[in-house]
Design a protein around this ligand. Structure first.
Ligand code: UDP
Length: 376
């Protein structure tokens, strides 16, 4: 089917990649975006007071092992090398994350070698736990109670609004424990931040004669019949009018402050104590060490339950949501003419690189079906 008319609902990375791929093949794409900007929650903009490039919806550091995805993003802008080194304030001291040999030695006042530290933590681990199911079990099994309580318990309670005993072990599995002094937060081969921010990058992806971007524009389901196919990256539950209930999200409030000079000396400082109500403070100019600014913008980040109208950030995915999600996925699979993509469309905790990988795959598959005239 040559020259199809396609709608992409939502202008984050997923739909930008899909729209571009299909536009380059000659299809016409209309992108609908409710916000006044593209790039979804990766959006960056300069703070009007300090000139600092701010990650408006929280820090986004691009990291991947996927060489094709890494090459793909370079096509649209220069990525500056950036290594995410996160610090944590807890129990009256500052440590480095992810937990590494420096954290362990500093925390316990020891001078352990890698092998000694392994044995030391193994002795603290709770061996009675077989295959950890909950976040807490995962932590107790691998780092023991002291480190768990200092670095994970309070932070996770604040971040997810639930006890780590109710949360899945998979959340903690995102973080490594290192028995060396490597304090790079990520273990991927490629890591960087776009020199000019993410929004311009996504704008470039969407700049093509066959793509029309409509900002501040809601997709009206009544328009569906005028398109051959729809790629939907909004929340899957609202697409189906929440008929199986709302899927839970955490939302974030950012309390913005301006200071002179350097506020905290690093980009991200996590706060492990439960008594401190924010989870972390982000000082955005440190995400662009190639720039210099006299003033600085910081965001104090507070997590809370998502209410209708709030920006959805983290999918909660507890049992209640897992059941409802299964119903929505069944419905989505049976829906002709629409594909659900991205973090909100598939209700998953997705990093940017995985989002782009899935979008490239979805676009190729769609292109194949469009060429064959078979349903996507
Ligand atoms: N986490 C924690 N303490 C920290 C950092 C992370 O307890 O200082 C937990 C928290 O539950 C978080 C999870 O580990 O949701 C995964 O961390 P990651 O940095 O991947 O979270 P993100 O900021 O990407 O949500």
């Amino acid at each position: 089917m040559p020259n199809c008319k396609l709608a992409c609902v939502g202008a984050g990375f997923s739909n930008a990649v899909i729209a571009r791929h299909l536009a380059e093949l000659g299809h016409e794409v209309v992108v609908f975006e409710e916000r006044s900007h593209v790039a979804g929650n990766c959006h960056t903009e300069r703070d009007s007071e300090t000139g600092v490039m701010v990650h408006s919806y929280g820090p986004h550091i691009f990291h991947t092992d996927d060489e094709e995805v890494w090459d793909y993003v370079q096509r649209w802008g220069t990525f500056k090398p950036y290594v995410n080194r996160v610090k944590a304030t807890t129990q009256g001291a500052v440590y480095s994350l992810p937990i590494n040999l420096h954290t362990i030695n500093q925390f316990f006042g020891t001078t352990l070698s890698p092998a000694e530290a392994r044995r030391f933590l193994a002795a603290k681990a709770d061996d009675s736990i077989g295959e950890p199911q909950s976040f807490e079990e995962q932590a107790l099994r691998f780092v023991g109670r002291e480190l768990y309580e200092a670095f994970f318990k309070g932070y996770t309670l604040k971040q997810w609004g639930r006890s780590p005993t109710e949360l899945p072990a998979s959340i903690l599995k995102r973080l490594p424990v290192r028995f060396n002094y490597d304090d790079n937060y990520f273990s991927h081969r490629f890591q960087g931040i776009p020199e000019e921010g993410y929004t311009i990058l996504v704008e470039r992806i969407l700049t093509h004669p066959n793509i029309e971007v409509r900002l501040e524009s809601r997709f009206d389901p009544g328009m569906a019949s005028t398109f051959d196919h729809i790629f939907y990256s909004g929340p899957i539950d609202s697409f189906f009018e929440n008929r199986f209930g709302r899927l839970g999200y955490r939302t974030l409030d950012f309390h913005r402050e301006t200071h002179d000079g350097d506020y905290q000396g690093c980009a991200v400082m996590n706060y492990g104590d439960e008594a401190v109500d924010y989870t972390r403070i982000t000082e955005h100019k440190h995400f662009a060490p190639w720039e210099s600014h006299e003033k600085t913008t910081v965001y104090r980040e507070v997590s809370r339950e998502h209410q209708p109208g709030d920006v959805p950030y983290y999918p909660v995915r507890l049992l209640k949501e897992q059941n409802a999600l299964a119903e929505y996925v069944k419905l989505a699979r049976g829906s002709r003419g629409v594909s659900f993509v991205g973090r909100l469309g598939t209700y998953r905790y997705l990093d940017m690189d995985v989002t782009i990988r899935e979008a490239l795959d979805a676009a190729r598959q769609a292109a194949h079906h469009l060429a064959e005239g078979t349903p996507i």
